[in-house]
Design a binder for this molecule. Structure first.
Ligand code: G1P
Length: 298
């Protein structure tokens, strides 16, 4: 079984759900506490043993490339002013030269097309795919969990969670077959089905390990839901000839492409940080109880 060494992170999306914040700044650079959203996906990939990250970018996303580069002036200034903690934290995040690639999705034809744009850089090996809007929150990163299942099953493995059965039309949904190790065999996949025809409420949460044969299928994939080239449609074709398993993620995923998911992620990550929790939530608790008192008095 071939080792999964590379991960694709698509960052070409326009972020229209988050206007005006994303008018001049990529949505992947919005911060959850003190890190850009895209950093969470990179950290999760590195935790799972990924050695090379491929970003699929688009116009107006240069700042993401700059973010992952070294900034000599900044490092000099921090060194000269003795800010050793900040210096160390920047150095910890630095990806080494040659371990990051950037390629462009020239026009927005959908997630399937974005992934297809990485085909030459990935080559003939299995790869991980992380959708950075979906930020996982748990003891371990979601990708590590599907990597473990992949090491037992080979083939293709995706992470799933259960959604409200009335909301299947927001996601890719899989059918559940027999249990296998920490997951189950996938019996079907549909992109954004209406609840009445959804095969289950297990939704694809944005973490995948895929075999390179998916690229050939993506190259011939017709447009599907939303008139876009859908990855889910190519994966369904791939599942007819290769093993496909799903691993239910035990943590929780926040959709940081939506305002409510982004704010929930900020609250959850801030609550989990001992250096921030009391500073932030003490005053908030006071604000809420003050508001309640005012409501009672009114
Ligand atoms: C994409 C995938 C979908 C998946 C979702 C997770 O949809 O196509 O299968 O469930 O990400 O966020 P999008 O959110 O880009 O419409």
């Amino acid at each position: 079984m071939k080792k999964v060494r590379k991960a694709v992170i698509p960052v070409a999306g326009l972020g229209t759900r988050f206007l005006p914040a994303t008018k001049a700044m990529p949505k992947e650079m919005l911060t959850v506490v003190d890190r850009p959203v895209v950093q969470y996906a990179v950290d999760e990939a590195l935790e799972a043993g990924i050695e090379h990250i491929v970003f699929v970018t688009g116009r107006n996303k240069h700042v993401i490339e700059d973010y992952f580069d070294i900034q000599p002036e900044l490092l000099d200034t921090l060194t000269r002013s003795g800010k050793h903690d900040q210096l160390a934290s920047l150095q910890r995040l630095q990806l080494s030269a040659g371990t990051v690639s950037f390629t462009r999705q020239q026009s927005p034809h959908g997630l399937g097309h974005a992934v297809w744009c990485a085909r030459d850089i990935i080559g003939d090996e299995p790869f991980a795919l992380l959708l950075p809007d979906m930020v996982s929150f748990g003891k371990r990163g979601c990708l590590s969990g599907i990597m473990e299942l992949y090491e037992r099953t080979g083939g293709n493995v995706i992470a799933v969670e259960q959604c409200d059965p009335t909301e299947t039309n927001k996601y890719g949904i899989v059918g559940k077959g027999r249990d296998v190790a920490t997951g189950f065999a996938v019996t079907g996949m549909v992109e954004k089905p209406e609840p009445a025809v959804a095969p289950s409420n297990f939704y694809i949460n944005g973490r995948y390990i895929l075999q390179p044969e998916v690229f050939e299928l993506l190259g011939t994939q017709e447009r599907g839901a939303g008139n876009e080239i859908q990855l889910t449609d190519a994966m369904r074709r791939l599942s007819q000839v290769q093993d496909f398993h799903a691993h239910p993620y035990k943590g929780r995923t926040f959709d940081c492409g939506s305002k409510e998911g982004f704010i929930q992620a900020n609250v959850a990550f801030a609550l989990a940080r001992s250096d921030i929790r009391d500073l932030v939530f003490g005053p908030i608790a006071e604000m809420i109880s003050g508001q309640e008192r005012r409501n009672e008095a009114a």
